[in-house]
Design a protein. Sequence first.
Length: 295
Amino acid sequence: MFITHDMTAYTLFYDHQTTTFGELIARGRELRGMGSHALRLHALGALILASSACSQSHDVQRSDSQPRAAGERALVAEMPAQRASLCERLAELLCAAEQRCCERPGRSLDACRSARNSECAQSAHLDEVADNPVSGFDRAAAEGVFAGLEQKLQACDPDVVRWSASEAGLRRLFRGSVARGDSCKPAQVLNASESEQAAALLSCRDAADTACMPASLLGEWTCSSKSARGGGCLTDDNCAADAYCATPADAVFGTCQPRLPRGALCDSATQCESFSCDGEQCRAPDVQVAFCPSL
């Protein structure tokens, strides 16, 4: 049973032997932050590709030499897969697409690579999660995922965010290792690193309808069915495909809510039915919103 949003409900999982009440709340919020970043896989695409709204300034010109012709192939991740980290490969693909698809990217290819690689490594911890056996990283599937991502990026497909957040997208990198009904809780949860927390929350098999569902921060974490609308959640991945995890600012856990229609206020692409948020409102999928950085 997920705790309510009432701050007094945190006493349901308060443990005097491990931490103070204030520290527990702070750690819970940190864990929820992981939910809104690295754990949206159901959202790594939204985190890395479209977490920023398109820049509204149009006075910065393309930073590479000449605009590319319509049929010209963009620079892609040509480095051998076995030598490149996942974050490096992902940054290479996304930044090539940014230069190709965004009318005014506002930064050089190298600056984009540096920023995307740092974001992936420090917020998503993608390579650390892949190195953790509990996540069940599937190297063979990864080649197909990157090929599918490259195809959509080459076409400047604004629906790439929806694909990235789907079970056919980046979530397919991790097949999990924990069976339904078993514990997915990391050892020493309060001392676990962000990458260990992320790996635990991605560790369940059958990810289409199963997720690591924490009953509370210190309570049981179990691989079980994803929540329907109105059910409890820590991350978007805890919710069924037609919902996202809405969490109040003063809470750790939230509830699964239906995705928002066009015109609704939003701050994340995964909140929207269209998987397109310009930083203020849900809108129709748009190339500039999907590919342009906010600088």
